[in-house]
Design a protein around this ligand. Structure first.
Ligand code: ATP
Ligand code: MG
Length: 406
């Protein structure tokens, strides 16, 4: 079967009255970017749907696989555009049906927006069904629960036919929902959190706290790789790598051991907030999950969150770990996330972190040092990488561990 179009349906976009044009334009450019550098197609978008016109050499399956991962695409179908005659419809319906297995059922579904077309919807359904039954033995019709649905859309310009409807990722086109800063560790959760907000049309930049030599070059490369995987969906993502060693050492000097985790998170958030302002992001995203670990009790979130009034989005807040793992597998980050390279927090994690930090104690410990200059210093020394789906990480020798720093 040589398809000449891919039909792209927007789904939820239909809800967006006045902004619709903006959404459709953004989706079109995101689809085009996802298809680069493939050849042999032309993208045409209108209010209701998008058609990708294919030249014969186009790799339809590869194109469909890419388009189905673009946020804002609801479903896709490979389509035949044919003459507006019943003979053409019969011929192509037979072609579809010849690929069905013996004993399978089908149904013909007609949508007729050209009200001038000589036959009515039900007549076309009956006629096409009858032809298929006659020409392709071994099939039967089942209108309730068919194995295959042959779609015939009679439109003004042509008739469009297809029999596959492939579910795509859904959501809203990235670029239509503002910008956020994602706190990206090397763990399982934060890349999933990033994907969840991107799925709602939001652009992300990522920030990662790196504490060499306690955290190795490999840990950093893991985060680069996670960013690369996320960038497959959107073209590219900026990753801000913050040198965090000095801050962590200072926290351990002045804060009671059981509260170091709380203070570490607070300092991370203070830095993230500064960066969010710089890049004009309107919210910060993290992978926190209610009750999962000591730093994620409500009391902990309260003490950590208190450093900023910038909204913090926690898309994974109420999910079970298995649900998060399933999502990480689906988006392709799981295998990278479980590589055993240490995170800066793991290394400095106290044996018995306080699970219900008292806010006044947090403030008291932190008052032993004015962190502001140190945090500004960390921001000034951020390394920013623009990572696209082809980003190549250079293999550098792993840094050796130095215990002299403790
Ligand atoms: P994850 O799997 O995302 O690491 P987690 O369940 O291990 O999450 P924590 O380690 O408590 O949870 O981290 C909570 C959140 O804090 C992370 O999801 C991430 O958003 C942020 N975070 C933790 N460590 C870092 C880091 N080194 N750099 C940037 N963000 C971090
Ligand atoms: Mg973690």
């Amino acid at each position: 079967m040589i398809y000449d179009h891919i039909l792209v349906r927007y789904g939820e976009l239909t809800l967006k009255g006045g902004n619709r044009k903006v959404f459709v334009n953004q989706l079109r450019s995101n689809v085009k970017r996802a298809l680069m550098p493939l050849q042999g197609y032309e993208v045409k978008a209108n209010r209701d749907r998008m058609y990708i016109k294919l030249e014969p050499q186009a790799d339809v399956e590869e194109m469909m696989s890419r388009i189905s991962k673009v946020f804002g695409v609801h479903s896709i179908s490979p389509v035949l555009k044919i003459d507006k005659t019943m003979e053409a419809v019969y011929e192509h319906a037979d072609q579809f049906a010849q690929n069905y297995a013996e004993g399978e059922s089908f149904k013909v579904e007609v949508k007729r927006s050209d009200k001038q077309f000589e036959y009515e919807t039900f007549a076309i359904q009956r006629m096409v069904g009858g032809e298929v039954l006659k020409n392709v033995p071994g099939l039967h019709v089942d209108v309730r629960n068919p194995n295959h649905q042959i779609m015939v859309e009679v439109r003004l310009d042509a008739i469009y036919m297809y029999d596959r409807n492939i579910q795509a990722i859904g959501g809203l086109p990235v670029g239509t929902g503002g910008k956020t800063l994602l706190m990206l560790s090397g763990g399982i959760d934060s890349p999933v959190a990033g994907m969840e907000v991107m799925r709602r049309g939001v652009t992300i930049e990522a920030i990662h706290f790196h504490s060499p030599p306690f955290t190795s070059e490999k840990a950093k490369q893991k985060v680069i790789e996670l960013t690369r995987i996320m960038a497959e969906r959107v073209g590219n993502i900026k990753l801000h790598i913050v040198p965090f060693t000095e801050v962590q050492k200072q926290i351990h000097k002045v804060v009671h051991e059981r509260y170091t985790m709380t203070s570490t998170r607070r300092m991370m958030l203070r830095i993230a907030d500064k960066v969010a302002h710089q890049i004009e992001a309107d919210a910060i995203v993290n992978g926190e999950n209610l009750g999962q670990v000591a730093s994620q009790t409500l009391k902990s979130m309260y003490a950590i969150n208190a450093v900023t009034s910038t909204p913090i989005l926690r898309p994974l807040l109420s999910l079970d770990k298995e649900e998060i793992v399933a999502k990480a597998k689906a988006i392709g980050t799981f295998e990278t996330s479980i590589q055993p390279y240490e995170d800066c927090c793991t290394i400095f994690t106290p044996k018995h972190p306080v699970t219900e930090p008292q806010y006044d104690k947090v403030l008291k410990y932190e008052s032993g040092f004015d962190f502001e200059d140190m945090l500004n210093d960390a921001v000034a020394n951020i390394e920013t990488l623009v990572i696209d789906k082809n980003y190549q990480v250079q293999q550098e020798a792993e840094t050796t561990w130095g215990d002299d720093l403790f």
